[in-house]
Design a protein around this ligand. Structure first.
Ligand code: GAL
Length: 654
């Protein structure tokens, strides 16, 4: 059964309200209640004085009404006494100053003092609730990559570098520190990344920045291990997760989730749908990306429950069908649990206008009605949770690309994520499942592997791709691949795409970072497409050109190519196109591989399949605000705005 839950903050409400809240959740069919993740000041109001009684009562009440608890460790928000008594527990900003208190998430994950107190509260909770049938544990909240600049973080960074490079000579060579007289003669000359407001990350050595980002991500992973180990010491069978989000400092999610049992995500798809379909991107990418963290079904620990209005003006009211449609979209991409944010809208604090399911008036409303409908619908298909998504297409993700582009944008508007999303969206619109997996993961069982922008190049990874293609696989490589080595320095004395040249059967003899301009290419298979951001001018060796540029001094030069490599095929995409380009390219690839596609899904409609040996559910989701009608699976399908339809193998609609 797909589980529906809510997020609840008992510590924010008068006790007299608890039972009524909890009874109504239970009446609605809610099965899990997620609590605790910001409640440290009520659990340890003074240093060493613990008050767990209220949490015992809240858990007992939730369980009495037949629901299960997802318990958060409260370490995102230490109590103010800690910051007052031990200022070294506070994060330091980019300019090296201590963050001011009054917000959240401002603890230093590497501070030994913070670890001491965080470790103690987590241990006490795990010990106390070991036998309570807690459904799952959530570590902290929305962990970002650790970007603290305090002395502990700087020291840990130096240690991390010493372990990696051994000597300063190795480090100086790896980073190319001779530039701007940056050679390091004492480890203590290396600091965490700090900038004055006038400086920017792209003034710093990219070699240093790449390792710094790797270190920050590793710190977050280490922090996850730290909490997991404590919980598992008391509850070896605990199910542990953490709720991911895509903030400005992305960690290395695959590494971060390695010690965890299940991937979780805070799913806030856009309440306002962009009017321009070319700009429009479905939230599906984020969901598939999260499924890839552990390459299996995942949970949503915060699902959009109302208009957002936390740190910005309030967004418009959810469109009719949006709450249910977006929730079902998460299920279509592998979510097995949906916990809605939040039961009641806060009446105090910074998020008092970030709406939950219930408004301040505490009355049933259209959103709670939709939730009721959703729960009823999911109850009709109890075995849906026994299914998962299997895919013939994989897209390789590597955190190094994200880290590198963050420091060195290549062209205005050019982003790693844009490239991934363009390919992904085309798969969705062709009804083809796609997995987004870490580059290091094995992909031998897939048919098509998409490798967007391997800017930082890993030799072993290229070898594996060559083998995969040689043995019959299809590989798609894109522009800005093969540019840098593993240290983040440019590969020299070889034409781009350097290590990828052999498999792609082409090289690049000129590039043009066109930024936000639009130009055109003509496909040799028919069709003119608009392109933007970047143009590689290809010279085909063993490859055949597939499309040529139509504008400027390189008109007529190949932009896309295809190469037979061993038993397989390798495509090179030297530019960034409009959405239709990716659809047309992938359609050709999927036809060649004789894969099932749904060719006539309208723009904005996506389709995925969850299946098990004896079951299949095909999901159709209309991401737009217009009704859509089309033929698929031999049937006419009509969909309202934001509607999700599910077709079973026996042809029944759910
Ligand atoms: C999430 C966060 C929640 C709440 C929510 C508001 O990012 O985890 O605690 O702030 O956003 O939308």
């Amino acid at each position: 059964m797909i589980i529906t839950g809510v997020d609840y903050y008992p510590e924010q409400w008068d006790r007299s309200m608890w039972e009524d809240d909890i009874r109504r959740m239970s009446d609605l069919g809610i099965r899990t209640v997620r609590i605790g993740e910001f409640a440290w000041c009520r659990l340890e109001p003074e240093e060493g004085q613990f008050e767990f009684g209220w949490l015992d009562d809240a858990i007992e009440l939730i369980e009495r009404y037949g629901m299960k608890v997802i318990l958060g460790t409260p370490t995102n928000c230490p109590p103010l006494w800690m910051f007052q008594n031990y200022p070294d527990t506070l994060q330091c900003d980019r300019d090296g100053t201590r963050t001011k208190t009054g917000i959240r998430g401002h603890r230093c994950m590497n501070s030994p003092t913070f670890r001491k107190y965080a470790g103690r509260i987590v241990a006490l909770m795990a010990e106390r609730y070991a036998d309570n049938g807690i459904y799952a544990w959530q570590i902290d909240n929305e962990l970002e990559s650790n970007h603290c600049t305090c002395e502990y973080c700087a020291a840990s960074f130096r240690k991390w570098l010493q372990d990696k490079y051994g000597t300063l000579d190795h480090l100086n060579r790896a980073w190319g520190n001779v530039v701007w007289s940056g050679e390091v003669s004492d480890w203590n000359q290396i600091n965490a990344f700090m900038t004055a407001a006038v400086n920017r990350a792209d003034w710093f050595n990219p070699g240093y920045m790449l390792d710094y980002e790797r270190f920050c991500a590793a710190s977050t992973t280490d922090y996850v291990h730290f909490q997991c180990d404590i919980i598992r010491k008391y509850i070896p069978s605990a199910v542990i997760t953490t709720n991911s989000c895509f903030g400005s400092n992305l960690p290395d999610f695959h590494q971060e989730f390695e010690p965890l049992d299940v991937a979780s995500y805070d799913n806030y798809p856009p309440a306002v749908i962009p009017a321009n379909p070319e700009k429009f991107y479905s939230n599906a990418f984020a969901l598939d990306f999260v499924r890839g963290f552990k390459q299996k079904n995942f949970w949503v620990l915060e699902q959009l429950g109302g208009p957002m209005g936390c740190w910005s003006p309030i967004t418009p009211q959810l469109e009719p069908g949006m709450l249910e449609g977006y929730a079902m979209q998460a299920v279509a991409h592998g979510a097995d649990l949906l916990s809605f944010f939040r039961w009641r809208t806060a009446s105090t604090g910074a998020e008092m206008f970030c709406y939950g399911l219930l408004d301040h008036d505490n009355q049933p409303n259209s959103r709670t009605e939709e939730l009721k409908h959703l729960i009823h619908r999911l109850e009709l298909v109890p075995n849906l949770s026994e299914t998962s998504l299997t895919s013939k297409v994989a897209m390789l993700y590597s955190a190094d690309q994200e880290f590198s582009f963050k420091t060195q944008a290549q062209s205005e508007g050019f982003a790693y994520w844009t490239q991934m999303r363009l390919f992904h969206e085309a798969c969705m619109n062709l009804g083809v499942n796609i997995d987004i997996i870490p580059q290091s993961h094995s992909y031998e069982d897939y048919e098509v592997v998409i490798v967007p922008t391997q800017f930082v190049t890993d030799k072993d990874s290229v070898k594996r791709l060559e083998q995969f293609a040689q043995q019959g696989g299809t590989v798609i490589v894109t522009n800005r691949s093969g540019v840098k080595d593993e240290h983040g320095n440019c590969i020299i004395n070889e034409s781009l795409p350097t290590l990828f040249r052999k498999m792609c059967g082409c090289y690049i003899n000129g590039t043009d970072a066109i930024g936000p301009r639009y130009q055109r290419i003509r496909s040799l298979h028919g069709g003119v497409f608009s392109i933007t951001s970047w143009c590689d001018m290809l010279v085909c060796e063993t490859a055949e050109p597939m499309a040529v540029y139509l504008d400027r001094f390189y008109a007529g030069t190949p932009a896309l190519s295809v190469n037979q490599f061993g038993k397989g095929t390798v495509y090179y995409v030297g530019t960034v196109g409009e959405k239709a380009l990716y659809r047309s390219l992938l359609l050709e690839v999927f036809h060649q591989r004789k894969m099932n596609v749904i060719e006539n899904l309208p723009d904005g409609v996506e389709s995925t399949v969850r299946s098990a040996e004896d079951m299949q559910f095909r999901f159709f989701f209309n991401n737009t605000l217009e009704g859509k009608s089309f033929f698929a699976e031999g049937k006419r399908v009509s969909m309202q705005a934001l509607e999700m339809k599910v077709l079973t193998r026996s042809g029944q609609w759910i």
